[in-house]
Design a protein around this ligand. Sequence first.
Ligand code: FES
Length: 128
Amino acid sequence: MRERRSRMVKPYVRHVLVCTASGAGKEKGTPADPCRGRFCSDKGGEQVRERFWTELGRAGLDTAKVTAVGCLVQHQYGPIVIVYPDGIWYAGVTVDDVAEIVDTHLAGGLPVERLVYHRLSATENAIP
Ligand code: FES
């Protein structure tokens, strides 16, 4: 099989997914919206994503890619940020937390434990 490689995607080692979902289109306060409109965008998700770009520039770190994602169905704990391939989920991330995540995790390789909400585990999440 022929390998395809994009010349447009720069190499990176970590992918940061930031929930910026707004819940638009859902009627707030209904059973479809158990969090009463408190989606990640209502709690600063977009500002968190923008701060990642700023902090990655400050740190001179070009080995992490930041992408906005839709709802991860954990918005009561949002904004949610996930770092792959480490499988670390952060909850309640604010713009003031981003520099620490960049310096400690993305540059240093160690999760910011005080913000960890969930971590993927090969054994815990193994498909039988
Ligand atoms: S809006 Fe972010 S987890 Fe649902």
